[in-house]
Write a protein that binds this ligand. Structure first.
Ligand SMILES: *Cc1c(COP(=O)(O)O)cnc(C)c1O
Length: 231
């Protein structure tokens, strides 16, 4: 028999709770972002009925269809894919939090569009800690420069950092990347740059979310464990 989304959600929440309690955190300090890319709106509806409040999408066009179809629900929308500046307008219209800002060009365009929309756009900075050329994200070395460029932008608010570690079969191997992101956050926080809050750490997916929670994740982005494999 197939496991329902409600049952999977229950088990994921239990695992998040366990990981949080193991390291002295409150389970409420971790938000589960349900990653719905490639899945039809009906499945997202089922997840919302089961109690999902935060939805993560990777592609603007796909998100627009779902956003319109689910507009009656008070959901938080997270953009977690690679964002091109020419799509910034749509991203600002839909998303409460954009996790993947990694350049001043994109930040400036988001600021411009947010100003037009009369919105303060909340963003995270995506950091590439592994140096893999195939991964998006600003390097650790360029992060402070980027933040110094962003902080004067009055329609943007930086809320924290996001990272994607390399893929490992063993979640233990991802731990150094998660702890590095936490340390980076703490270091930046101590600089007290105006307009730069360092409260969120978006890290951890299906394979390693418990490890990420143990290292301080406040947002875990989970697709496969909730919805099964993607087509
Ligand atoms: C697809 C995706 C996820 C979810 O990955 P799963 O392994 O299916 O949980 C999380 N974060 C990002 C940025 C993604 O693109």
């Amino acid at each position: 028999m197939q496991t329902s989304i409600a049952e999977r959600l229950f088990s994921i929440k239990r695992r998040i709770e366990g990981a949080a309690l193991r390291c002295g955190r409150t389970p409420q300090s971790v938000r589960l972002v349900a990653v719905t890319k490639t899945h039809p709106v009906e499945l997202v509806r089922t997840a919302v009925a089961a109690g999902i409040t935060d939805v993560g999408e990777n592609y603007i066009q796909e998100a627009r269809d779902k956003f319109d179809a689910l507009s009656e629900h008070p959901l938080s929308w997270h953009f977690i894919g690679h964002l091109q500046s020419n799509k910034a307008k749509y991203a600002v219209r839909m998303f409460d939090l954009i996790h993947t800002v990694d350049s001043i060009k994109l930040a400036m365009e988001l600021n411009r569009q947010a100003q037009k929309a009369g919105k303060r756009q909340h963003i995270l900075i995506q950091v590439n800690l592994s140096g893999e050329a195939t991964k998006s994200g600003v390097s650790e070395q360029s992060l402070i420069d980027l933040l110094n460029g962003i902080h004067p932008l009055s329609h943007i608010k930086v809320r924290g950092l996001m990272t994607m570690p390399p893929f490992f079969d063993d979640p233990v191997k991802a731990r150094p990347y998660f702890s590095a992101l936490r340390q980076l956050r703490d270091r930046i926080r101590s600089l007290n740059i105006p307009n730069i809050e360092m409260v969120e750490l978006s890290m951890g997916m299906t394979g390693e979310f418990e490890t990420a929670v143990e290292e301080g994740a406040t947002l875990v982005r989970i697709g496969t464990a909730l919805f099964g494999g993607r087509r």
